[in-house]
Design a protein around this ligand. Structure first.
Ligand code: ADP
Length: 562
């Protein structure tokens, strides 16, 4: 047996602190701008940020926090939250970002499950902390992210962040860490059952940051001014708080006000070139622009993901506002980036209509993620854009197992995402559903996302959800639940007629119900489980007529048609 020849390059571990150290040294004067809870706009630089992150590390060490301990955050996007990211992970503690929009009971469950040593919180959450503290007896201290003057009146005895910082000088060297040490702990939102923890490593976080910055990914550069609307408590703001320092991009944090007006004003005043957020916030921003007639003077592109970006939104942003949309798919268990919609050279030579169809999909994987779709028998399905299957992924920033869970979620070394998708010959992914939201009509799948996308393209529709409804003949048929846009009207019949020629006939919903609002999860996704519960007893007209009206017969591809 010959001994393999080892390479002779430096063994420098990939640590989170190296990202900020790089930015502080090479982009030291680049700005980080934050709209604060206090109401003003705060500005400082990467150099200042690293010094304060080091002060925080010193303060936490003085409080007895040790490598491996979890330090949680309940905070909006801002400079103190960024300091918490680096000031904890930098010395080997784990930064546990908590979504404050979850129910207090769920948050208490997460804090106790993670066994958080300290919790850093924005003063907006003072009342929430008073509710949580009695339920979380193992937390050693709650730290308010403010100075003494802004300390809120509370029942819980809390420490003051700026006072802790003032006691430290920032004269601290980031210690060498093993790149396999834990960096961040992020919990899934737990739409089914209790939230589960994904524990990233320094290596996975840094590799993901490289992936996030790539040209065919979020394409970050030192010439960008980046405004992450996606919260830092939602999967590390999709990696922007790491890819920013990695590239030296200017960072702009919006704080707690995510309404259209506040975001637009910040984008304009800070000459933002790139942003990222879920479709719901873009809806708010677009409504604001429609009302005011505003245009973007610096914004070039935005990443939209977290749930499917309706093609109608994509068209408006690109055609009316000149903003390139990068449609992205990922999940907490994937740090989160998986695929992004960017064309290769050959695809960009095709007719415009064809390019646009491709860009509406969730896109192509970036290096670091591999994917496949499998059928019910576990066998891989073809990439023909037609076959639907369970989507499995693997790669160095994909979860291996959940925090404090023994059993592995993997199947043959692949992580089953719980999403159902097609992959086309261009290797573009198209998410059709979450497996638990799939509608099965006569044994064939209907994509609820595609059905919703048609509805929201109607001018009178603000939001739409498509769910399965029981049917005596077809087992399930689609029901469309719609929120009308204020000041607009549309009837059930008009909306159903709007589907003509836009989807296969048998995908057209059997009924439409109008409601005032739809239920959402803490991350702004449609809560279809709750909707299915609400409409459990809904009787479809087609079901009443016992199939006579829906007279389904096998179509050309053996699929039922109406
Ligand atoms: P949670 O799982 O806690 O709801 P995640 O942010 O991890 O929160 O959600 C990941 C899921 O969100 C994916 O598995 C997928 O179902 C959905 N999702 C994310 N991005 C998209 C997208 N671009 N299109 C459709 N679905 C998406």
């Amino acid at each position: 047996m010959t001994t393999p020849l080892l390479g002779q390059m430096m063994d420098v571990p990939l640590t989170v602190s190296s990202l900020l150290a790089h930015a502080a040294r090479h982009f030291g004067s680049t700005e980080i701008v934050s709209r604060r809870i206090e109401g003003d706009l705060h500005r400082y630089t990467y150099r200042d940020c690293e010094k304060r992150a080091k002060q925080l590390a010193q303060a936490l060490i003085a409080l007895g926090v040790e490598p491996g301990d979890r330090v949680a955050t309940l905070a909006w996007n801002g400079y103190r939250h960024l300091e918490a990211y680096y000031g904890t992970t930098g010395f080997g503690a784990v930064c546990h970002t908590i979504n404050p929009r979850l129910f207090p009971d769920q948050i208490a469950y997460i804090i106790n499950h993670a066994d958080d040593a300290y919790v850093l919180f924005d003063t907006t959450f003072a009342a929430l902390v008073d509710t949580l503290a009695p339920q979380c007896p193992h937390v050693r201290g709650w730290i308010a992210l403010c100075d003494e003057a802004h300390r809120p009146p509370m029942q819980t005895s809390v420490l003051c962040y700026e006072t802790l910082m003032d006691g430290q000088d920032g004269g601290f060297d980031w210690p060498a860490l093993d790149e396999q040490q834990a960096s961040y702990l992020c919990y899934t939102s737990g739409t089914t059952g209790n939230p589960k923890g994904a524990l990233y490593t320094h290596r996975s976080t840094v590799l993901h940051a490289f992936g996030a910055a790539l040209p065919d990914s979020m394409s970050l550069s030192a010439s960008d001014s980046v405004l992450p609307i996606v919260p830092m408590f939602h999967v590390n703001a999709w990696g922007l708080a790491h890819a920013g320092p990695l590239t030296g991009a200017k960072l702009v944090f919006p704080g707690k006000d995510l309404d259209g007006k506040s975001l637009y004003e910040l984008m304009e005043s800070e000459r933002v070139t790139c942003s990222a957020g879920v479709p719901t916030v873009w809806l708010g921003l677009l409504n604001y622009l429609r009302e005011t007639g505003g245009k973007f003077s610096s914004l070039q592109r935005t990443v939209i993901g977290g749930s499917a970006c309706p093609p109608a939104m994509l068209r408006i942003l690109e055609d009316d506002y000149g903003v390139q949309v990068i449609h992205a798919w990922g999940m907490t268990e994937m740090s989160p980036l998986g695929t992004l919609s960017k064309l290769n050279w050959e695809q960009s030579q095709r007719p415009l209509a064809e390019q646009r169809k491709l860009l509406e999909k969730q896109g192509h994987v970036i290096y670091g993620v591999d994917m496949k779709i499998v059928g019910e028998d576990g066998r891989e399905l073809p990439w023909d854009g037609v076959a639907f299957g369970d989507l499995h992924v693997r790669g160095p920033w994909v979860i291996d197992r959940y925090f404090r869970k023994e059993e592995s979620p993997l199947i043959d070394g692949w992580f089953p995402t719980g999403d159902v998708a097609t992959i086309d010959p261009d290797s573009f992914l198209h998410i059709t559903d979450r497996s638990k939201d799939v509608i099965k009509s006569g044994g064939e799948w209907i994509s609820s996302i595609d059905v919703e996308n048609v509805a929201v393209a109607h001018p009178a529709v603000a939001e739409a959800a498509c769910i399965a409804c029981a049917h005596p003949k077809w087992t399930e048929r689609p029901l469309l639940v719609v929120v009308k846009r204020a000041g607009f009207d549309v009837t059930r019949e008009e909306l159903l007629a709007f589907y003509d020629g836009k989807v296969a006939k048998w995908w057209i919903p059997d009924d439409v119900v109008f409601v005032d609002e739809l239920p959402h999860t803490a991350t702004g996704k449609l809560q279809k489980l709750k909707l299915r519960d609400l409409f459990r007893d809904h009787v479809l007209p087609s079901a009443l007529e016992d199939g006579r009206n829906c007279a389904l017969t096998p179509g050309a591809q053996g699929k039922p048609v109406r």
